[in-house]
Design a protein around this ligand. Structure first.
Ligand SMILES: Cc1cc2nc3c(=O)[nH]c(=O)nc-3n(C[C@H](O)[C@H](O)[C@H](O)COP(=O)(O)O)c2cc1C
Length: 196
């Protein structure tokens, strides 16, 4: 099957810290998306450490230009953020601000794209607030948040060192998000992407 028959799902998230829970969570969802038949590309952790988005500048670092290109080409997106002071982290928000480069595209922002959302926090309150913030951002970018968003409470151990998810509820949520992004991409692009 040609590559374009497989939806391209781009995952962004994590922190600059190696082994962050949000990066591990992102990878669990992306693996589920891949198992569902997607091509997946992750831009995670330190790879998201981009220059502060500046609307007046048109020159982009090569890393930022690559991210904008992936945003432009993706059929769906998965975003994983830690909860920082009740909202998403600056690292993830700055990366998302680069979507402004898509504001004049034929497909504006994430119009027609499913967006899977994951928040990791040290408590349920922060996890809920951060998931709500992610949903608001996905809506403002014309994306379609998946029915299930994943909330992880990292005050207890959720992942092992290799990134395997130890918590069955978290695993279910992350894998469901990954699958739902691919299922929506297929529904929305049935003319271009195979439906099974
Ligand atoms: C700067 C900072 C701010 C944080 N603010 C919150 C918060 O408001 N609510 C919360 O539940 N956890 C908060 N946390 C805890 C993180 O959200 C939590 O440890 C999360 O799992 C970190 O994700 P990571 O493992 O991907 O780094 C904060 C952590 C940091 C470093």
């Amino acid at each position: 099957m040609p590559a374009e028959s497989f939806p391209l799902i781009v995952g962004i998230g994590g922190t600059t810290r190696a082994g962050s829970s949000s990066e591990k969570a992102l990878m669990v969802s992306l693996r589920a998306a891949q198992a569902e038949g997607a091509q997946v590309i992750a831009v995670a952790g330190p790879a998201l450490d981009l220059p502060m988005y500046a609307p007046e500048k048109k020159d982009r670092s090569s890393e930022a230009a690559r991210l904008v290109d992936l945003f432009r080409r993706c059929d769906g997106l998965i975003i994983a953020s830690p909860s920082y002071h009740g909202s998403i982290s600056g690292l993830v928000k700055n990366a998302l601000d680069y979507t402004e480069d898509l504001s004049s595209d034929e497909r504006v922002y994430f119009d027609g794209c499913a967006v899977g959302l994951i928040s990791c926090a040290a408590g349920w309150q922060g996890a809920g607030q951060t998931l709500s913030a992610l949903r608001a951002i996905a809506h403002s970018l014309r994306g379609w948040p998946t029915p299930l968003g994943a909330m992880l409470n990292t005050s207890t151990k959720v992942f092992d060192d290799a990134g395997a998810c130890l918590d069955l509820s978290a695993k279910f949520q992350l894998e469901t998000v990954g699958r739902q992004v691919v299922q929506f991409a297929r529904l929305h692009n049935a003319d271009r992407i195979g439906t099974s």
